[in-house]
Design a protein around this ligand. Structure first.
Ligand SMILES: *Cc1c(COP(=O)(O)O)cnc(C)c1O
Length: 387
C-alpha cells in the first residue's frame, strides 16, 4: 500500500468513527452575532472575553501601526527583527503584570513549547496538572525531563510527588483558568509548594489575562502573588483581542529565556504593527472595568437561569461556563439542537476531556447582551427537557 493510500485509509477510519473535524467559516468579524456558513448565528464560542477583537479602537490602532511600521519584522528578534515598539510592549506588559521583565512571542503555543526546556532537562522533573493545555504537555515532552501529572487541582498528590522526587531541578506547571472547565488553579498553595520544594512555578494565564484581577492584570494579581520563582505566560489572542503572547517574571530569568528558548530564537519576530496595536489593547484592558463588570453580570445571569436537572452546570467563576452532559452523543445532540435554533455552542468530547464528561462549553463575552444570554438559557432548558 502506498503512503498516500495508507493516509486515505486513516482518514476514512476517522470519518467512520465521526472523528473528522470540519471548520465553520465566518463571513463577519469576530463577535457574538456572526454569519457562519451563510447563516446568522449567535455565538458562544470565542475567547474574545472583552469584545475587543473587532473593537474600532483596535482596528484603528492596527491601521496606524501598519502606516508607521509597514508589514513584517523581516527577521528573528535576535538578528534584526526587534523594534522599539516591541521594547515598549514588553515594558508595558511587565509593568502591567507586576513582573520585572516580559518577552513577547508570536503565539502562546510557541512560549509553551519552549519555556520548560529552558528551565529543566534530562535528570530533572516536571509536575503538571492533568488538565493542562496541550501546548504545555508538548513543551514538557520536548524538555526531556521526567513528566509527572497530578490529578486536577490535587495539591496533596502534588506534594507527595515532590517529596518523593530526587530530581535535580523541579518545575511545576499549571493553567491558571482551565480551558475546558473554567475553574481556577490553587495558585497560592502551588507557590507555597514550589517554595517548600525549591521548584520553579510556571502559570499559563491564557484565560485569566485581561479578565481576572484588578484592571484585568491576571490570575496572579488576583491572588496577590509575585516571586522570582514564578513565571507567567499570557496570550494576546484571547481577552486582548489580537494575536501573540508573552512570558514574564524575574529579569534574570527572562534574560535566560531570551538567551536559550529555541522557539524565541529560531522564528521571525511578530510584525511591529501588531505590537503597536497591542499597546492599545492593553490600554483597553486596563480601562475595561465596565467590560469586566458586564462579563460577571452575564455569568451570574446564566448561572441563575439554569436550574438544570440531568445536566450539570460546572462550578466556574470565569467566562468559561461548561455544562457537563456526560454521554458523547447526547452532548453532540444538544450542540446540534442549539445550532438548529441559531446558537453556536461547541460540544467538547474525549480525548479533549476525560471519557464520560462530554460537555457544552459556553464562553461568554462582554460583547454579548443580557438578551443574548436569555435566548441561550431558554434554549438550553428546552433542549434538556427534550433529551
Ligand atoms: C490558547 C491557549 C494557548 C495558546 O495560545 P495561542 O496564543 O493561541 O497559541 C496556551 N495555553 C492555553 C491555556 C490556551 O488556552
Amino acid at each position: 500500500m502506498s503512503l498516500l493510500e495508507h493516509l486515505r485509509g486513516e482518514l476514512a477510519d476517522r470519518e467512520s468513527r465521526a472523528l473528522i473535524r470540519r471548520r465553520r467559516t465566518l463571513e463577519t468579524p469576530c463577535g457574538p452575532h456572526a454569519v457562519v456558513d451563510g447563516r446568522e448565528m449567535l455565538s458562544f464560542c470565542s475567547n474574545d472575553y472583552l469584545g475587543l477583537a473587532a473593537h474600532p479602537a483596535l482596528a484603528a490602532a492596527i491601521a496606524e501601526g501598519v502606516a508607521r511600521w509597514g508589514g513584517g519584522s523581516g527577521a528573528s528578534h535576535l538578528v534584526s527583527g526587534h523594534y522599539s515598539v516591541h521594547e515598549r510592549l514588553e515594558a508595558r506588559l511587565a509593568n502591567f503584570t507586576g513582573c520585572e521583565r516580559a518577552l513577547v512571542f508570536s503565539t502562546g503555543y510557541m512560549v509553551n513549547m519552549g519555556v520548560a526546556a529552558a528551565l529543566v532537562g534530562r535528570g530533572d522533573a516536571i509536575f503538571a496538572d492533568r488538565l493542562n493545555h496541550a501546548s504545555l504537555v508538548d513543551g514538557a515532552l520536548l524538555s526531556r525531563a521526567e513528566h509527572h501529572r497530578y490529578a486536577h487541582g490535587d495539591t496533596e498528590a502534588l506534594a507527595r510527588l515532590l517529596t518523593n522526587s530526587t530530581a535535580r531541578r523541579k518545575l511545576i506547571i499549571t493553567d491558571s483558568v482551565f480551558s475546558m472547565d473554567g475553574d481556577i488553579a490553587p495558585l497560592t498553595e502551588l507557590l507555597a509548594l514550589a517554595e517548600a520544594h525549591d521548584a520553579w512555578l510556571l502559570v499559563d494565564d491564557a484565560h485569566g489575562f485581561g479578565v481576572l484581577g484588578p484592571q484585568g492584570r491576571g490570575a496572579l494579581a488576583a491572588a496577590g502573588l509575585a516571586h522570582w520563582r514564578l513565571l507567567v505566560v499570557g496570550t494576546l489572542g484571547k481577552a486582548a483581542g489580537l494575536s501573540g503572547a508573552f512570558v514574564a517574571g524575574h529579569a534574570d530569568v527572562v534574560e535566560w529565556l531570551m538567551q536559550t528558548m529555541r522557539t524565541y530564537i529560531f522564528t521571525t519576530g511578530s510584525p511591529p504593527a501588531l505590537a503597536h496595536a497591542l499597546l492599545t489593547a492593553i490600554d483597553l484592558i486596563e480601562h475595561g472595568d465596565a467590560l469586566r463588570a458586564r462579563l460577571v453580570a452575564h455569568q451570574q445571569q446564566l448561572r441563575g437561569a439554569l436550574p438544570l436537572r440531568r445536566w450539570q452546570l460546572m462550578p466556574s467563576s470565569t467566562p468559561i461556563q461548561p455544562i457537563k452532559i456526560g454521554d458523547n452523543a447526547a452532548a453532540l445532540g444538544a450542540a446540534t439542537a442549539l445550532w438548529d435554533a441559531g446558537q453556536w455552542v461547541p460540544a467538547i468530547r474525549p480525548p479533549t476531556v476525560p471519557p464520560g464528561t462530554a460537555r457544552l462549553r459556553i464562553s461568554l463575552s462582554a460583547a454579548h447582551t443580557p438578551d443574548d444570554i436569555t435566548r441561550l438559557t431558554d434554549n438550553l432548558l428546552r433542549i434538556e427537557a427534550l433529551q
